[in-house]
Design a protein around this ligand. Structure first.
Ligand code: AMP
Length: 416
């Protein structure tokens, strides 16, 4: 079939050609809902997470708008600014932009922490149509005079809730204050906490609203198995389970960076090729780990929640929750890594006696009891002694647990 259903969305010929080359023939729901509104110049607030096709939903209208401008962008003055919370997400957005802009002459650049500033400054100096940036490094460039925001026509804030978790809201407000008033703005977020809603009100003018909630659907398609196991026996259990050949591409989630390293080392000692990815690794190391996982050189990727966020790897056969996350929403994000693009998936969760509170929160959120395949579900409800961990949640956000709060609340993550 050669017909491309994106044609009905009034996208230009070079974009349709790129979509065909990328083998995107049918718009995802968020694309179908968002693209016409954005092409009409509306602001947008989008409730959507990674995996829904949201990147192309905002990128295609941006590309269409920018391709109509006959002149080149001025040095240091990008025409579009896309802010992303993590380096991985920034790189992924840039990759999507490159794929979709293949038949245009638009210039794309990424500005993020963890790598030198020189090449970024040079790219900015040449004039950029689309700048994708993490907040801390963008502000560094602004402070050094290598980037100015006076000519931004389109502004996108991606994964806004994650920005909030990571303590970036002040940085974002600083950036927004530098943008011209006349612009098109979009905000995308997987959840809509009050602060994000408020930010949206300050940022957007009469925004169109689009929402896709894939979580429930994704969860429904994932077979969710539960192992009651002592904490000390988890590593052995993992190695045993990984003997099964159908565990062909596996993400193992741990709660902490050290946990991720320990699990990866243990797997390596047991002869299983695994890579760990977390916030303490350099950008190069993370990219290497990811590419070895993507090519299948490493069968297992051990990751923390934040590091895994935004990583887009298809054909994940299994997700293993080596430790249950403190936030039940993270469980849904984790298991959503398998069962992408309509496939079914399998999630294995290890629960030790200290994790009963987390398990209860997860089952309450998903409204589905996990299927116990090992051990016994403890009778009665989680006891009082399990509450302290839950009570820590308000003070100890996800970003902090990842160790990204070194610089204090206002600029917690200079590396990004
Ligand atoms: P995103 O939610 O933007 O991270 O996109 C999730 C994945 O879906 C990415 O791998 C995209 O390349 C892919 N994708 C986005 N739109 C489409 C589409 N219309 N058809 C097929 N794949 C798509």
């Amino acid at each position: 079939m050669t017909e491309n259903n994106f044609a009905a969305l009034a996208l230009s010929e070079p974009l349709l050609r790129a979509l065909t080359a990328a083998q995107y023939s049918t718009p995802t729901p968020i694309q179908a809902a968002a693209i016409p509104q954005l092409l009409a110049g509306r602001d947008m607030i989008g409730l959507a997470q990674t995996g829904t096709g949201k990147t192309a939903a905002f990128m295609l209208p941006i590309l269409q708008r920018l391709s109509k401008i006959g002149t080149r962008p001025m040095p240091k003055m990008p025409r579009t600014l896309i802010l992303a919370p993590t380096r991985e997400l920034a790189l992924q957005i840039a990759e999507a932009a490159r794929v979709l802009s293949k038949f245009t002459h638009l210039r794309i650049a990424v500005v993020m922490g963890g790598v030198g500033m020189g090449a970024q400054s040079k790219a900015l100096g040449q004039g950029i149509d689309i700048l994708i940036a993490t907040p801390g490094r963008l502000l560094d460039h602004i402070d050094q005079g290598t980037c100015r925001l006076d000519r931004v026509e389109v502004f996108v804030l991606d994964e806004a809730d994650r920005m909030l978790d990571m303590g970036f809201i002040r940085d974002i407000r600083r950036v927004v204050a530098l943008l011209p008033k006349a612009r098109q703005s979009m905000l995308f977020s997987a959840t809509m906490p009050t602060e994000i809603d408020k930010l949206g009100q300050d940022l957007l003018k009469d925004p169109a609203r689009v929402a896709v909630t894939p979580e429930q659907i994704t969860v429904d398609r994932v077979e969710q198995r539960l192992y009651f196991v002592d904490a000390a026996a988890k590593r052995t259990l993992l190695v045993d389970l990984l003997q099964a050949p159908d565990m062909s591409r596996v993400i193992v989630f741990t709660r902490t960076k050290h946990g991720a390293d320990r699990v990866a080392q243990h797997l390596a000692k047991s002869g299983i090729r695994a890579e760990a990815i977390h916030g303490n690794k350099s950008q190069g190391a993370r990219q290497r780990a990811l590419s070895q996982f993507k090519t299948g050189e490493a069968r297992v990727l051990v990751a923390t929640d934040i590091a895994a966020r935004g990583i887009d790897v298809t054909n994940i056969s299994h997700v293993v929750n080596f430790e249950l996350p403190n936030e039940p929403e993270a469980y849904v994000h984790r298991i959503g890594r398998t069962a992408r693009n309509g496939a079914a998936g399998i999630a294995l969760s290890f629960c030790d006696s200290s994790e009963r509170g987390q398990l209860r929160d997860i089952e309450r959120l998903t409204k589905t009891p996990l299927v116990v395949v090992m051990g016994q579900r403890p009778t009665g409800h989680a006891g009082q002694h399990e509450r302290p961990r839950q009570q820590q949640r308000p003070q100890q956000g996800r970003g902090q647990r990842e160790g990204q709060n070194r610089g204090g609340r206002q600029r917690p993550r200079r590396a990004a």
